[in-house]
Design a protein around this ligand. Structure first.
Ligand code: M6R
Length: 369
C-alpha cells in the first residue's frame, strides 16, 4: 500500500506528478479551452463575480495564498484569503457577487465547513475545492471542483497541496476564459504550460538526493527559517509548517521583504535559512531583491539553503547549498519549489527517529472547531 516506500508521506510526495496531471485531466477540450462540467454555477453568475474570498486552514490556506496571486493576475478580480476559523468572526464583507472558495483535502474540517455555511447565509456563491468525494463541505457548497490526488494518508499534506494549487489555477483560468478577449487567450497559454509541469515535478523528484543528505546532518538543529517573496512567500510558510509538524523544530516562514523590519535580528552564525528564489524572469526585479536578501543574511553568518531555478547563476556566490528546480513561469513555480521543502521535512523527521506519518498531537482531519 505504501508502494515500496517506508512511509505514506514519501509515497505521497512521489505521487505528486500524478496528482497534478489527474487534477488537470478532462478539464480542457480539444482546442485547449477549459470545460468544467461539474461547475454547477451558471456562467452569468460567475461573470458577475466581483470579489473572491478563499477560506481554508493550514496547508490548504497556503494553497489559497498561492491562488490569490495567480487568480488576481489572470482575472483582475480582487481575491482575499481568510483563515476559515477567523472568517466568521471578522464580520466578513460578502454578498451575492462574492465567490467564496473553500479549500479542504478532507472536506470535513469543521472550521472550514462553518465558514462555508456562514458565507451561504450571507448570500455568497460557494465553490469547494476538495479531495474527498461526497464529503460534507462539497455537499454544503453550490459547486465543487474536485482535486484528484487520490487518498492522502500521511497527516502532513503534500500531494493534496499540489492538487489544490492546480485546481485553483484551473478555477482562475476558467474565470479568465469567461472574461474573454486577451484574458481568455492568456488562460489558454497558461493551461498549456501547466500541462508540462507534472513532467518537471517528476524530474525534480529524481534530484532530491542532496536534500536528503542535508536533512540527515541537521537532526540537532533547533530552528530553521524560510524566506520567500510573491508566490514564494506562502511556500516559505508551508516549508516551515511541514518542519513544525514533522520534526518538532521551531520554524518560521517570512516574506523576504520583511527581513529588515525585524526578523533579520534572528540571524546569527550558523542559523539555517531556506530561501525560495523567484524566477529571474519575475516582474518588478523581484529576483534581484531576493538575491540581495541572501547576501545580507549570509554576511551575518546564516547558512543559506537556496532553492533556485536551473541556470540561475546569480545566487551561487551567496549560497551554501543550491537546490535546483526546473524553470517555469513565475506563477506556476510553487508546484516545484515546495517539493524540496517537503523532502527536507520528511528526512529530518526520519533522522530524528520520529513518526513521519503520524506526528504527535495531530489528526488527519480536524472535525472540531
Ligand atoms: O482537510 P483539510 O485540507 O481541510 O485540512 C486543513 C489542515 O488541517 C491541513 O492542511 C493541515 O494543516 C495539514 N496537517 C498540514 O500538513
Amino acid at each position: 500500500e505504501k508502494g515500496g516506500y517506508a512511509t505514506f508521506m514519501e509515497k505521497e510526495i512521489h505521487d505528486q506528478p500524478h496528482a497534478v496531471a489527474d487534477t488537470l485531466l478532462g478539464r480542457t477540450d480539444a482546442d485547449g479551452r477549459l470545460v468544467l462540467d461539474e461547475m454547477s454555477i451558471s456562467e452569468e453568475q460567475l461573470k458577475a463575480v466581483d470579489r473572491i474570498t478563499i477560506v481554508a486552514c493550514g496547508t490548504a490556506a497556503y494553497a489559497g495564498m498561492v491562488a490569490k496571486y495567480a487568480i488576481e493576475h489572470w482575472t483582475r478580480i480582487p481575491v482575499e484569503v481568510a483563515l476559515a476559523h477567523e472568517f466568521r468572526y471578522c464580520d466578513p464583507i460578502v454578498n451575492e457577487r462574492t465567490l467564496v472558495v473553500s479549500i479542504s483535502q478532507s472536506g470535513e474540517t469543521m472550521d472550514t465547513l462553518m465558514a462555508v455555511k456562514h458565507a451561504r447565509e450571507l448570500g455568497a456563491i460557494t465553490v469547494s475545492v476538495c479531495n474527498t468525494h461526497g464529503s460534507t463541505i462539497p455537499r454544503e457548497s453550490d459547486a465543487v471542483l474536485y482535486t484528484h490526488a487520490g487518498p492522502e494518508i500521511a497527516v502532513a499534506s503534500t500531494k493534496a497541496f499540489l492538487a489544490q494549487i492546480t485546481a485553483c489555477y484551473v478555477l482562475g483560468l476558467y474565470l479568465a476564459q469567461l472574461r474573454g478577449g486577451s484574458y481568455a487567450d492568456d488562460a489558454q497559454s497558461v493551461m498549456k504550460e501547466l500541462g508540462g509541469v507534472p513532467a518537471k515535478i517528476e524530474a525534480l523528484l529524481g534530484q532530491m538526493g542532496r536534500v536528503k543528505e542535508i536533512a540527515k546532518f541537521m537532526a540537532d538543529t533547533r530552528s530553521v527559517l524560510f524566506l520567500g517573496r510573491h508566490v514564494g512567500y506562502p511556500i516559505a510558510m508551508e516549508g516551515a509548517l511541514k518542519l513544525k509538524e514533522l520534526a518538532y523544530i521551531h520554524a518560521e516562514g517570512f516574506a523576504a521583504g520583511e527581513l529588515k523590519h525585524g526578523p533579520i535580528a534572528l540571524i546569527e552564525p550558523g542559523q539555517p535559512v531556506f530561501v525560495v528564489v523567484p524566477s529571474p524572469t519575475s516582474e518588478h526585479g523581484l529576483h534581484g531583491k531576493v538575491v540581495s536578501n541572501i547576501q545580507e543574511i549570509r554576511a551575518r553568518g546564516a547558512r543559506t539553503l537556496v532553492i533556485a531555478e536551473e541556470g540561475d547563476e546569480a545566487v551561487v556566490p551567496f549560497a551554501d547549498e543550491v537546490i535546483r528546480v526546473p524553470a517555469t513561469s513565475p506563477l506556476l513555480a510553487p508546484l516545484l519549489t515546495v517539493v524540496p521543502l517537503q523532502v527536507f521535512a520528511l528526512w529530518l523527521s526520519t533522522a530524528k527517529g520520529l513518526d513521519v506519518d503520524q506526528p504527535r498531537n495531530l489528526a488527519k482531519s480536524v472535525t472540531v472547531e
